[in-house]
Design a protein around this ligand. Structure first.
Ligand code: ATP
Ligand code: MG
Length: 770
């Protein structure tokens, strides 16, 4: 089947835009992700770019995987050369490849937020800082926030002495991380940004390499991410590839993590975007569902302005249920889910969404009791479970012994007679010699010295023993040698933990296969790989740069890659291989997904909209966008529920029903319980701040209602080729999307970007090659 089949004219225009910066602004379910994926395939298929010239940014690792799978099915080429991943994943790759230039050990490790917090706590304690005045959480927030804005400690403007002290502590923290060879999530981005900003040859290399940079969910990029994109796309440097961004301002839901929806307008301005395409046809949801979404979101001010329509018909009404308690709400979900299943809806097509993670417990319990299998997204992930983190810590120490978090986690686990007192002494020694805990062990004497020395020996010998082993074998050995298996074997309830640990061998096997390391490659970085990563190539300016195109396997050992994967796999579903299960997740993690049937639960004031929103500027607007995301996940059936009473965080709450109910169109709803007329909150009608006229009707010439069958790209006898860039006196620059007819009578369909799609007679039109 042709790649371009099954696209509507606007989508087709977007997919085949010329290689200039473009913004696709479109509502939920209008095919943004599909357009982005198809464009990559089209660019490669028409020979405009090789896979290595593509960088694509997705919001989750899962989305990246799905995109790769789709691309592999669309294209008969090897997709390995492409860089597809989240910002964090891509930055990790960049930093591994150029670890020397980034002043990092090749085996640097990634701190997840839990590790980051405990590291900050340790630091505050060692420095005798009053943790009432400087709580670890506040400091962590301060540091991450500064990093997200691109600021180092010295760049932070401190207004009072508390902030000044925070900035000092930020500096100490950074030094500590550097000593240990660890980076936190925000650091991954900032380091990558600084690397490219400072290293001209390297920046130039990547600007030349990535001809096309495509970003999904652009509305949720933060400023640092946008600046990184600007560097890569050579903004202001007359170099660099085309930036193709797709997004929906109505789905911007990560402001609390620094996302800036204003990046959409900044992008338009900074890159003088001529190609702005709107997609307004929704392919996902039935009419009543879509009406509800449109109606609700129209209550928000500051929208970029777009509408969604569907050809799917009204479908069923949105069902609304008022429960007496959270327990009853859960029971109702079970009953409805069962009847959906009886109607033939598969379990994995049923999603239960909630605003806060804490709500899942009651629902999980009810599902469990009813014997219905379920999967929780973003709950306690596999790699976050205590026993798994312990095993990972051993592996981390074997890869980089200076990671203090890993050291502290397992130095006395399972117990080996190393007491708190010994650890304190060791910390003091490390502090005074300014080295890692591991490196401070030789300074210890007496009984503590012996016990700690034995621990070091254990790590060293495990490392030596596994040197030549492939990763899964290495994991197996470490589980034994660490005595973790034996330890849990003695525990009463240890069986599940043992199974989780053993699953790690499987996880490692799957990982090396999927990442193309080969199941027999030694887990440590071998001498050959190390040499390859050090290969200097001489850049055009005569400057040495590391081989930036080295395959992943030569710049990262399977072990380092696996450990990075364990830290980065944030928010993705728990591994529950192949099981058909009902999907439970927060609304935030449902972004980009779709299901036949969706339950939105806990629609109560204080819960959704969340009480924290009252404190934030535009807080309720953000909650409304979140509700818009929730509604638009549903294809055919949508349920909403609220309860009169609920237990949350150990308290019984009596909440009013959510104000969002008053913002839905009555005609689309069906109240399953008698409706109590409350009108607590008058519907807030608002004006649209940006009107449609702000945007050009770019690139979406609707005259071509039907696509022309694509002919082969060669041998059509016209002298022109699909994918070729051309210029026309009146319409400007464009790309040939299709050619029909043979020599003499051929017509070409050409996408002129801002001037739209045109069909021109090749024997008449004066086209020039560019
Ligand atoms: P979201 O904003 O939620 O991320 P989106 O704009 O990325 O949504 P997609 O997920 O790409 O939308 O598409 C929504 C659904 O519509 C998918 O199932 C997709 O396959 C389908 N779809 C998109 N375009 C078409 C089309 N032209 N014909 C048929 N189905 C389509
Ligand atoms: Mg999408």
């Amino acid at each position: 089947m042709n790649l371009l089949d099954n696209l509507n004219p606007e989508q087709l225009a977007a997919v085949t835009l010329p290689s200039q910066s473009a913004l696709i602004l479109a509502g939920a379910g209008s095919g943004k992700t599909r357009v982005l994926t198809t464009r990559i395939a089209w660019l490669i298929q028409t020979g405009q770019v090789s896979p290595a010239g593509i960088m694509a940014v997705t919001f989750t690792n899962k989305a990246a995987k799905e995109m790769l799978t789709r691309l592999s099915s669309m294209l008969p080429v090897n997709t390995r050369g492409m860089w597809i991943g989240t910002f964090h994943g891509l930055c990790n790759r960049l930093l591994r490849t150029h670890h020397r230039d980034a002043a990092l050990p090749q085996t640097f490790q990634i701190l997840d937020s839990q590790d980051q917090l405990s590291m900050i706590k340790r630091m505050l304690k060692a420095l005798n800082v009053d943790d009432e005045k400087y709580p670890a959480k506040d400091l962590m927030y301060f540091i991450n926030n500064a990093k997200d804005r691109g600021q180092r400690a010295g760049d932070v403007e401190a207004y009072d002495h508390v902030q000044k002290r925070m900035a000092e502590l930020y500096d100490v923290y950074d030094q500590q991380c550097q000593r240990e060879g660890v980076v936190d999530f925000a650091e991954l981005l900032l380091r990558a940004y600084e690397l490219l900003q400072r290293n001209h040859p390297l920046r130039q290399h990547y600007q030349m390499r990535f001809r096309h940079i495509l970003v999904d969910e652009f509305q949720d990029t933060n400023d640092l991410q946008y600046n990184l994109l600007k560097l890569l796309a050579g903004h202001g440097e007359q170099r660099g590839g085309a930036l193709f961004a797709v997004g929906d301002d109505d789905q911007s839901i990560y402001a609390f993590r620094g996302a800036n929806v204003g990046n959409m307008q900044a992008f338009e301005r900074d890159f003088e975007v001529k190609n702005l395409i709107k997609l307004e046809q929704n392919y996902r949801s039935h009419g009543n569902i879509l009406d509800s979404a449109n109606h609700l979101i129209s209550n928000n001010a500051k929208r970029l302005g777009k509408n969604l329509r569907t050809d799917a018909g009204l479908g069923e009404p949105v069902r609304i249920y008022e429960a007496s308690s959270d327990l009853e709400e859960a029971q109702w979900i079970i009953d409805e889910a069962k009847s959906l299943m009886a109607e033939g809806v598969s379990k994995s097509e049923i999603a239960v969404l909630y605003r806060s993670n804490a709500q899942s417990r009651v629902i999980e319990h009810a599902l469990f009791a009813a014997g219905l299998p379920y999967t929780v997204y973003g709950g306690l992930r596999y790699f976050q479970r205590a026993e798994v983190k312990h095993a990972i810590a051993y592996l981390q120490l074997m890869d980089n012994p200076h990671n203090d978090s890993a050291f502290l986690r397992v130095v006395n686990f399972p117990t080996r007679g190393i007491g708190a007192r010994s650890i304190e002494q060791l910390q003091m020694a490390a502090e005074s010699y300014r080295v890692s805990l591991y490196a401070a062990v030789p300074y210890m004497t007496g009984k503590a010295g012996t016990a700690l020395g034995n621990f070091v020996k254990l790590i060293e010998s495990a490392r030596f023993e596994t040197q030549q082993l492939p990763l899964p074998e290495m994991v197996r050995v470490v589980l034994e040698r660490s005595t973790l298996l034996a330890h849990y074997g003695n525990e009463k309830e240890g069986q599940e933990r043992i199974e989780n640990l053993q699953q790690m061998v499987g996880a490692a096997t799957q990982f090396v296969q999927e990442e193309g390391f080969g199941t027999h490659a030694p887990a440590h970085l071998g001498p050959q790989a190390a040499a390859a990563s050090g290969t200097a190539i001489v850049d055009g300016d005569g400057i040495d740069v590391l081989d930036a195109d080295a395959p992943l396997a030569t710049v990262m050992s399977p072990l380092s890659a696996f450990l990075a994967h364990a830290s980065l796999e944030a928010g993705d579903a728990q591994a529950q291989a192949g099981q058909e299960a009902i999907q439970l997740m927060t609304v935030h993690s449902a972004k980009g997904l779709e299901f036949d049937a969706v339950f939105i639960t806990g629609l109560e004031e204080g819960l959704f909209p969340h009480e924290s929103s009252a404190r934030e500027m535009d807080g309720v607007d953000e909650e409304r966008r979140l509700m818009y995301v929730a509604i638009t996940r549903a294809r055919r059936r949508l349920y909403m529920s609220f309860t009169q009473q609920r237990m949350l965080h150990g308290q019984t709450r009596f909440n009013m029903k959510s104000r969002f109910f008053d913002e839905l169109p009555e005609h689309a709803l069906k109240w399953l319980t008698p409706r109590v007329q409350t009108n607590w909150f008058a519907g807030r009608k608002s004006t649209t701040a940006w009107d449609d006229a702000t945007f050009r009707e770019g690139g979406s010439d609707n005259h071509i209602a039907k696509q022309i069958a694509q002919k082969s790209t060669s041998g059509n006898g016209t002298g022109w080729r699909i994918g070729e860039s051309v210029s026309h006196a009146r319409f400007g620059e464009g790309v040939i999307v299709n050619i029909e007819g043979g020599a003499g009578s051929a017509r070409a369909q050409i996408n002129f970007g801002a001037a739209g799609m045109k069909v021109l007679d090749l024997s008449v039109a004066k086209l020039e090659r560019i």
